[in-house]
Design a protein around this ligand. Structure first.
Ligand SMILES: [Zn+2]
Length: 480
């Protein structure tokens, strides 16, 4: 049945269809309840090779949801990318016990190689997404996360409730897989068969474990110790979400592939056993399905256990196979996910590879438009830019702004109003003071005295953001 717009989506009504008007409304209840200063859309991916369509879809959705949050709720929003470098790199069996031992990507490759993998597979895609959506992003590895005293403190706090949470975290047997890699070789018993909690006190805990090559060993976990803490998936997410729920300045929203909806039921069950805040809001993105209704699995195809499903183009299994530039892949993904987000009925559902192929091959190809970064401004600043009275915009040096250069375009947005500008100069400073005294306070904001400007900038950006470097971006109005 040919229709006028072959790329139109048709989705049935679901439970949510009559409850919400916009896809982004999933975040609204918590924003209305807590009025956060900013929102972080948190998205993770295992660092274990080239990303497939499912990964690209979740990540694109995180950026587009951040953009929608900025526009709908007039609050700053960023994307926080968690690179899961504790994904298993290698697994071997203990010759006597036949227990499986595993080595993480981090332990096999080291921090420098992990950094290279992130550069290779994600940096260009994220920079392009940041450009296309005007949303800044930050990156953190699991290794950095587990080393953070706040994360370790939160883990230790759960141990006091271990007997209740071990059932939701391991519902079939109650044996939670806590992995503490051997300090000598970095391998750990995958299912933690011989890992025991020896002592738990107010400031820390001691575990004992067994290495195939190095025998019995003990590991002390305190907020400040350096022993590696490798938690199984559900436990890791519980601790991560507990940390996120403590942040009362930034509202963290977890963006997860649709198959997580089942796993999160168990995390909620564990949350219910712990004192304190409820779980942060979560948005589940559309799943990519094969013709049997199963989630598209690259590893099953690679291992030859299933054939590629109908419509599964090579780039869907490995986005580096996309025939075109990264920017054109991002433009296509932004179009696709944008269509899905146009109605909650289209977003809170799944898609087969065949349907996605149909959508992608019939999508309208418009001539490339000017790529402009989008930046949100409060009304008082927006009006100054639109009147040409504010010629210096101030930002901290997020990774995606490192490439900002004269000649680039920035579209400033406030509600429904937009103002396109061209960058004429970019200067980097070590501090906000240095920036404002060199650039002149009147160019940053002609209506506000220097000290007041500094105070309001510092309210938005804490010292750890200022440490990234301060950008003064000189702009001029550009056509329409
Ligand atoms: Zn060992």
């Amino acid at each position: 049945m040919p229709t006028e717009n072959a790329f139109d989506l048709i989705s049935p009504n679901t439970v949510l269809a009559n409850a919400m008007l916009r896809t982004v409304d999933m975040v609204r209840p918590r924003i209305e309840a807590t009025h956060p200063d900013r929102v972080a859309l948190c998205v993770g991916a295992q660092i274990n090779g080239a990303p497939h369509l499912g990964t690209a879809l979740v990540q694109t959705a995180a950026f587009l949801l951040a953009k929608a949050v900025k526009r709908t709720f007039n609050v700053d929003a960023i994307v926080r990318f968690g690179a899961l470098d504790n994904a298993p790199y290698d697994i071997r069996l203990d010759p006597e016990t036949h227990h499986a031992y595993q080595q993480t990507y981090f332990h096999a490759l080291g921090a420098a190689k992990i950094g290279e993998l992130i550069e290779t597979y994600y940096r260009a895609f994220f920079d392009s997404l940041a450009d296309a959506t005007g949303v800044d992003y930050e990156t953190e590895t699991y290794t950095a996360q587990q080393a953070d005293p706040i994360f370790r403190h939160e883990f230790l706090a759960t141990l006091g409730h271990f007997n209740s949470i071990r059932w939701p975290l391991a519902p079939s047997h109650g044996q939670v897989h806590l992995r503490f890699p051997c300090p000598q070789c970095g391998w750990a018993e995958k299912r933690a068969e011989r890992t025991r909690l020896a002592v738990v006190g107010s400031g820390g805990a001691e575990f004992s474990a067994v290495c195939t090559d190095h025998g019995d060993y003990k590991v002390a976990i305190t907020p400040d110790s350096t022993a590696y803490l490798d938690l199984a998936t559900l436990y890791r997410n519980l601790v991560k979400e507990r940390v996120a729920a403590r942040d009362h300045i930034t509202l963290c929203v977890m963006i997860k592939g649709g198959d997580w909806a089942f796993g999160c039921q168990l995390i909620d069950e564990a949350f219910a056993h712990l004192p304190g805040s409820p779980a942060p809001p979560r948005v589940f993105t559309p799943m990519v399905l094969t013709d049997t209704g199963a989630k598209l699995s690259k590893s099953l195809i690679r291992e030859g256990k299933v054939a590629p499903p109908p419509g599964a183009k090579p780039w869907m299994l490995d986005t580096t196979m996309w025939e075109g530039t990264i920017d054109s892949l991002v433009d296509a993904m932004v179009w696709l996910v944008g269509r899905m987000m146009s109605d909650p009925k289209h977003f809170y559902r799944s898609y087969t590879t065949q349907e996605l192929d149909r959508l992608m091959t019939t999508r309208p190809r418009s001539a490339p438009t000017i790529r402009a970064r989008e930046m949100n401004l409060y009304r008082r600043y927006f009006d100054l830019v639109a009147e040409g009275r504010k010629t210096i915009e101030v930002r901290v040096r997020y990774p995606n702004l490192r490439t900002l250069a004269p000649g680039d375009h920035i579209r400033f947005v406030c509600g429904r109003d937009e103002c396109l500008t061209r960058v004429t100069r970019v200067a980097v400073y070590n501090s906000f003071e240095q920036m404002i005294d060199t650039e002149g306070p009147a160019n940053v904001n002609p209506d506000s005295p220097r000290d007041q400007q500094l105070a309001s900038i510092r309210r938005i950006y804490g010292p750890e953001k200022e440490a990234l470097g301060v950008l003064a971006i000189e702009i001029e109005r550009a056509g329409s």
